[in-house]
Design a protein around this ligand. Structure first.
Ligand SMILES: [Zn+2]
Length: 393
């Protein structure tokens, strides 16, 4: 299970069980042409009736505006049916008492292709209704950001869980059974700690192997250790190389006493700082290459460079600002992407429709197995073209 995204999939109203990555690839490869398809993102955590009503009215009004723009062709007719169905589904969901763990809902609809998929989201998205030849997928990556495993750990206990932008979900809270005497002087505590060193060492090593299991189960891409420095160091030493590379340390004198909100906030701040540092590193490397210094050259910044790298199959990780906006296209036949409103694919010549370039790059990245980060927060990337990538070669 993906803790931030696929709480539940509904395929034509029935629960569907498909691995999320596989589903994502199917959605990325989906082409509605010559018809249109609808993608809808809604926050569903309502504090009061007013908010609930606002979501309902948002969908009604957006659907009305799309209908105004439609013509009288067959594709338009089908989209009209999809919009009506979308309004029904939203109405249903709005009336239902929603599972309290739900924060958001994504709906993908295309009746000519038999697509009707609802995705329960663990994070609240910005409300969107999008109609086009392809599905709108970038908002999913803005929500997922990076899955973060958090371990608040001390000599006597640990609390391990998954942190998202808005909460901390416990997975495990093991205890070591080690009780150090309280209210002793620092030197006495040190002496006692020395006596317990062996026990603490094996407790931390057990905790570390549990953390490794959970990292793999949750597919988390970051591990935030909330601990005193000596404890964090001991845990890190027990981690394999790959997992050690995921660690972000947050110093805390009494981590197991901190409440969930505080832990979620610490993890969030550590991740935001790491993201900023990663973007800075990427831009600095490009800067040094441009200045003629020797660099790896395995980075691309700006739409033109990223598009070129994508078409060469070199994307390792795509980093996109949520505010990035440019016109572009993706060829449904050969997968090429391009900037601007070209009428036909520059690689194979078949007709292409202008779309959002960010979306085209996201779909290309999904299909080529690249990692995707959509950054909600302002970073230096926003003044450097809004899109960048690290490259495979
Ligand atoms: Zn093509």
């Amino acid at each position: 299970m993906d803790p931030t995204l696929s709480v539940e999939l509904r395929d034509h109203g029935r629960p569907a069980a498909r691995p999320f990555d596989e589903l994502l690839r199917q959605l990325a490869g989906f082409e509605a042409a010559p018809s249109l398809c609808a993608s809808i993102y809604l926050p569903v955590r309502w504090r009061d009736e007013q908010q609930r009503e606002r979501v309902r009215l948002f969908v009604k009004e957006e659907a009305r505006q799309v209908r105004v723009r439609l013509g009288d062709g067959e594709a338009d007719d089908r989209l009209r049916r999809d919009l009506t169905r979308a309004e029904e589904l939203v109405e249903e969901r709005v009336r239902q008492s929603i599972d309290p763990s739900d924060r958001g809902l994504a709906l993908f609809l295309s009746s000519p292709h038999g697509l009707e998929l609802a995705l329960r989201l663990g994070e609240p998205p910005t409300a969107r209704l999008h109609v086009g030849r392809a599905l709108l997928l970038a908002p999913l990556f803005a929500l997922a950001a990076r899955r973060t495993l958090v371990a608040a750990i001390d000599h006597h206990a640990a609390r391990i869980g998954v942190a998202t932008a808005s909460r901390f979900d416990h997975l495990e809270a093991p205890e070591s059974g080690i009780e150090l005497p309280q209210r002793t002087s620092a030197s006495a505590r040190h002496a006692v700690g020395w006596r317990f060193a062996g026990h603490i060492g094996s407790w931390l090593s057990d905790a570390a192997s549990r953390i490794v299991d959970l990292l793999r189960e949750t597919r988390a891409e970051r591990l935030v250790l909330v601990a005193r420095p000596s404890i964090a160091e001991a845990v890190e030493e027990c981690l394999p190389q790959r997992e050690r590379a995921l660690v972000l340390r947050v110093e805390h004198s009494d981590p197991t006493a901190a409440d969930d909100g505080a832990i979620a906030e610490l993890a969030r701040a550590a991740c935001a700082e790491a993201t900023r540092a990663a973007v800075d590193g990427l831009l600095d490397e490009v800067g040094s290459i441009e200045r003629g210094a020797s660099g790896q050259g395995r980075v691309a910044v700006g739409a033109a460079a990223v598009v070129r790298a994508a078409n060469e199959g070199r994307l390792r990780a795509l980093v996109l600002s949520a505010r990035f906006s440019a016109v572009g296209w993706r060829c449904s036949a050969c997968g090429a992407v391009g900037e601007g409103g070209s009428a036909s694919c520059v690689a194979c010549g078949i007709p292409v429709a202008a779309n959002d370039l960010g979306e085209a790059l996201v779909r290309r990245a999904i299909l080529s197995g690249a990692r995707i980060d959509v950054l909600d927060r302002l970073t230096r990337l926003d003044v450097a073209g809004g899109v960048a990538a690290t490259l495979r070669f």
